[in-house]
Design a protein around this ligand. Structure first.
Ligand SMILES: Nc1ncnc2c1ncn2[C@@H]1O[C@H](COP(=O)(O)OP(=O)(O)OP(=O)(O)O)[C@@H](O)[C@H]1O
Ligand SMILES: [Mg+2]
Length: 331
């Protein structure tokens, strides 16, 4: 059953001489209890798309969309209702967890404060619940850790505390924006495992953001691939890993050594060129200038998704030709 449905999300910022659109008609759906990935290079619009779900965008951002959460129109919520939505329905792990902590306050107090504000708990109940939450994210000796300051914890532990705060109200959806990016591979695996355990125990859905397809392939059932403010491909992770259609998705998969160990045949290579800055994106496909299969028509391509398989869709209308060319070329 659909928990979150985003349709035609557009986000723009005022820029010299007009506005710059940075999210360009994104559609995204998350069903109850599932883990959906959002993957793409830096600047593709992942974080802003996530923030739109709780309408927590920079004040100068202009956003239009249809966003429905559990059947309710999020765009129509009053200020009070949106505060409740943020407090109770959606937990968010922000991209830079260190900046979310107050460096002068003990971490347990920061967890407890969330409970006092969002759940109206009194001081001692919030303290007791905060310790339970720290234990639930596998922080050892939680009573002692309660008194630690953020700088006294490792990156992995701070991420665990961030997860404790994000799940403190038992949300229906956890948004985890690059939760493992700054962590070593072992800690990364532990954090992904913890999110999965909490997802199961709390019966939450998870929207997991990463620029690393390896992380998404490990943790998600479905994925949306973003490039230049568009979703360029979406579908089941296994299907997309086995039969990527958009040349950007192919390039992304080919740049990930970790997928080899999951049994997928991949060739290691970086993606040549740089991702575009938002102001540079004109009509047509924004990946065309880096695409090995680009053709003149790409400059006028409509970026809406076309279904190419079971629940699998891509914005590249030349996929059949691309597949035929790459198969003939043995790529
Ligand atoms: N406050 C802002 N003012 C102007 N432009 C912004 C602002 N925040 C983001 N942008 C622009 O919007 C685009 C998308 O940003 P977003 O943070 O969603 O990207 P992202 O995919 O999360 O990237 P990263 O992987 O680096 O976190 C970028 O081009 C960025 O420069
Ligand atoms: Mg981001």
């Amino acid at each position: 059953m659909s928990l979150l449905k985003i349709e035609n999300l557009r986000i723009a910022f005022p820029a010299r001489g007009g506005i710059t659109e940075v999210v360009r008609g994104v559609n995204l759906e998350v069903h109850e209890g599932e883990t959906v990935g959002l993957v793409g290079e830096s600047g593709s619009g992942k974080s802003l798309s996530c923030r739109s779900i709780i309408r927590l965008l920079p004040s100068h951002a202009q956003m239009t969309a249809n966003v429905h959460f559990d059947g309710r129109d999020v765009m129509a919520l009053s200020r009070k209702a949106i505060r409740d939505h943020r407090a109770h329905n959606v937990g968010m792990i922000f991209q830079d967890p260190f900046s979310c902590f107050n460096p002068t306050k003990r971490i347990g107090e920061q967890v407890a404060e969330t409970l006092r504000v969002n759940a109206g708990m009194d001081k001692s109940a919030a303290r007791a619940r905060a310790i339970e939450l720290l234990a639930s994210v596998e922080i050892d000796r939680p009573e002692q850790r309660y008194r630690a300051f953020p700088h006294e914890l490792s990156g992995g532990m701070r991420q665990r505390v961030m997860i404790a705060i994000a799940i403190s109200a038992g949300p229906r959806l956890l948004i985890a924006d690059e939760p493992t990016t700054a962590l070593d591979v072992t800690t990364q695996a532990q954090i992904l495992k913890l999110i999965e355990q909490r997802r199961r125990d709390l019966n939450m859905a998870v929207l997991l953001v990463s620029h690393d397809f390896g992380v998404i392939a490990q943790a998600c059932q479905r994925v949306a691939v973003m490039y230049g403010g568009y979703v360029v491909e979406a579908g089941p992770v296994d299907e997309i890993c086995a039969r990527p259609q958009h040349p950007y998705t192919r390039a992304l998969l080919e740049s990930i050594p970790s997928l080899e160990s999951a049994g997928h045949h991949v060739r290691r290579a970086g993606i040549p060129g740089q991702p575009p800055t938002a102001g540079e994106i004109g009509p047509g496909c924004p990946f065309a200038n880096r695409c090995a299969f680009a053709r003149p028509e790409c400059a006028g391509v409509d970026m809406s998704l076309e279904v190419v398989g079971d629940a699998h869709a891509t914005a590249c209308p030349f996929v059949r030709t691309v597949s035929a060319t790459s198969e003939a070329g043995g790529a």
